[in-house]
Design a protein around this ligand. Structure first.
Ligand code: PLP
Length: 423
C-alpha cells in the first residue's frame, strides 16, 4: 500500500489536499446514485416495442387472457427450458419477480417442509449458508424468517467448497445455501465446473437441505461470447441429487424490472410438491404478460441478441468505472476482479475503511450501497467490501462518481494510516 511508508507529516499534507479536492465536489451539490443494480432508461427503452405488439390470443384453444395454467404458458416454459438446459416439466414460469419465488419457496419450506412428510423448517433449528460477499436481499429473507446465517467466503471459483462440504455434512440444522452461480452479485464470479460438480455431490446431513441457485444473471454477458456455467441439474442427475436444487431466474434485467416474468426450475418431484401447495395460493400467473414476452423474444437466439444490445449500453459504464479504479488497484488501495457480466463491480478497500468511504462519498453527493450490505446482518467483519452498481447512471456521471470515489478511497486510506501511526 503506497501510504504505508509515509510519515505523519506527509500523510497530513496529503489528507488536506484530498479533503480540499472533495470539498470542491461538495460545492457542486451533486446527487449521483450508484447504489442499486437497476437497468438504465436506455436499457428499458430497448424493450418498448414489446408493448406495441399485436398479440394473437387463441380463444378457441387455451385463452391466455383467462384463468388457468398455474405452471405458466407452455411457450415460455419451453423457452426457459431451452435456455437453462432443463426439461420442460422442470420449469414453472411465474410473475414479475424471482425474489418473490425465492421468498415463497422459503416460506413453503418453513410452513410445510420441503417434501411430503418433511418437518417444516419453522419447527426445527434452521440455518442457511450465505456466500459472502453476497446479495443483501437473500440475507433479508433469512432474517425475516429468523433463519440463522453462516458466512462462507467466495473465492475466484465460487464459494469455498471445503467449508461448504464440511458445514453441510456435519450440521443437520443447515437447510439451505444461497448461490448466485453466474456473474455473482456482487463480485461477478462464475462458479467453476469443479465447484458446480461439488455442489451436485454434496452429502448434507439434513435430508431436506436445498441449494438456492439464483441464476439471475444467466444471460448477462458484458462481452461477446458466452461465459459457460456447468448445468447443475445435469451433474445432479448423474448422482440422483436433483431434488436438492431450486433454480431461479427472471427477465427483470432483460425486459422490465418487476414487470417481466420469472422462472422456477427444480426436479419433477419438487415441482409436483410445490404445485400442490401453490394451488391454494393462485389460480394462475399473468399469462398475458408471459405471452407478450414470448412473442417479443420467442427464441434463445433472439433473447441473446437482445442481451447483446443491453451489453452495448452498459459495457462502457463498467469500463469507465474499472478504468478509473485501476490506478488505485496498482497502488494497493483497492482490490477487485473485472466482471465479464452481471450488474456489479465489487471492490475491497483497506480493512476498516469501507464505511468511511461510503460516508465520504455521501458527503460529496454520491450514494453508494451501504457498507456491510453484502454480508449477513449488514456486518462486514473486515469493513472492506463496497458494491458498486454502474448500470443506472449515464456514462459521464460514472466518470464523475469514479473520480469522487477514488478521492474517498485515498482519503479513507490516509486517515487509516494516520490512525495506525497514532495508535
Ligand atoms: N437475484 C439477484 C442475484 C439479484 O441481483 C436481483 C436483483 O438485483 C434479484 C434476484 C431480483 O430479481 P427479480 O427482479 O426477479 O426479483
Amino acid at each position: 500500500m503506497i501510504y504505508a511508508d509515509l510519515t505523519a507529516d506527509k500523510l497530513n499534507g496529503l489528507k488536506a489536499r484530498l479533503q480540499a479536492e472533495l470539498d470542491g465536489f461538495k460545492k457542486q451539490n451533486l446527487a449521483l446514485d450508484m447504489s442499486r443494480g437497476k437497468p438504465s432508461t436506455a436499457q428499458l427503452d430497448l424493450s418498448m416495442p414489446m408493448l406495441e405488439q399485436k398479440l394473437n390470443f387463441k380463444p378457441d384453444k387455451i385463452d391466455y387472457r383467462n384463468y388457468g395454467l398455474p405452471e405458466g404458458i407452455p411457450e415460455a416454459r419451453r423457452l426457459f427450458a431451452e435456455l437453462l438446459e432443463v426439461d420442460f416439466d422442470e420449469v414453472i414460469v411465474l410473475d414479475g419477480s424471482s425474489l418473490n419465488i425465492m421468498f415463497d419457496t422459503v416460506a413453503r419450506a418453513m410452513l410445510f417442509g420441503t417434501y411430503e412428510g418433511a418437518t417444516p423448517w419453522s419447527k426445527c433449528k434452521t440455518k442457511f449458508i450465505c456466500c459472502v460477499p453476497g446479495y443483501d436481499r437473500h440475507f433479508g429473507i433469512c432474517e425475516v424468517f429468523g433463519i440463522e446465517m453462516i458466512s462462507v467466503d467466495m473465492t475466484l471459483n465460487g464459494p469455498d467448497m471445503d467449508k461448504v462440504e464440511k458445514l453441510v455434512s456435519e450440521d443437520e440444522s443447515i437447510k439451505g445455501i444461497w448461490c448466485v452461480p453466474k456473474f455473482s452479485n456482487p463480485d461477478g464470479t462464475t462458479y467453476s465446473d469443479d465447484t458446480v460438480r461439488r455442489f451436485a455431490a454434496l452429502k448434507p446431513k439434513a435430508k431436506d437441505f436445498r441449494i438456492f441457485w439464483d441464476n439471475a444473471y444467466c444471460v448477462h454477458e458484458l462481452y461477446d461470447g458466452e461465459v459457460a456455467l456447468l448445468n447443475i441439474f445435469d451433474e445432479c442427475k448423474k448422482l440422483g441429487s436433483e431434488d436438492m436444487v431450486y433454480e431461479f431466474a427472471s427477465t427483470s434485467k432483460i425486459t422490465f424490472s418487476g414487470a417481466g416474468i420469472s422462472v422456477f426450475v427444480t426436479s419433477k418431484a419438487n415441482i409436483a410438491y410445490a404445485k400442490k401447495i401453490m394451488f391454494y395460493q393462485t389460480i394462475g400467473p399473468n399469462k398475458v404478460n408471459q405471452y407478450m414476452h414470448y412473442s417479443y423474444l420467442p427464441t434463445v437466439e433472439k433473447l441473446r441478441a437482445h442481451m447483446r444490445e443491453e451489453a452495448a449500453i452498459i459495457r462502457p459504464k463498467f469500463e469507465a468505472l474499472i478504468g478509473a479504479l485501476a490506478p488505485l488497484r496498482k497502488e494497493g488501495l483497492v482490490a477487485f476482479t473485472e466482471p465479464k457480466g452481471g450488474y456489479f463491480v465489487s471492490i475491497m478497500v483497506q480493512k476498516g475503511c469501507a464505511k468511511r468511504v461510503v460516508e465520504l462519498a455521501k458527503e460529496a453527493g454520491v450514494k453508494l450501497t451501504g457498507a456491510g450490505a453484502t454480508y449477513p446482518y449488514g456486518k462486514d467483519p473486515n469493513d472492506s467490501n463496497i458494491r458498486l452498481a454502474p448500470t443506472l447512471p449515464p456514462v459521464d456521471e460514472i466518470a464523475k462518481v469514479a473520480d469522487i470515489l477514488a478521492i474517498c478511497i485515498r482519503l479513507a486510506s490516509v486517515e487509516k494510516q494516520l490512525s495506525l501511526i497514532e495508535a
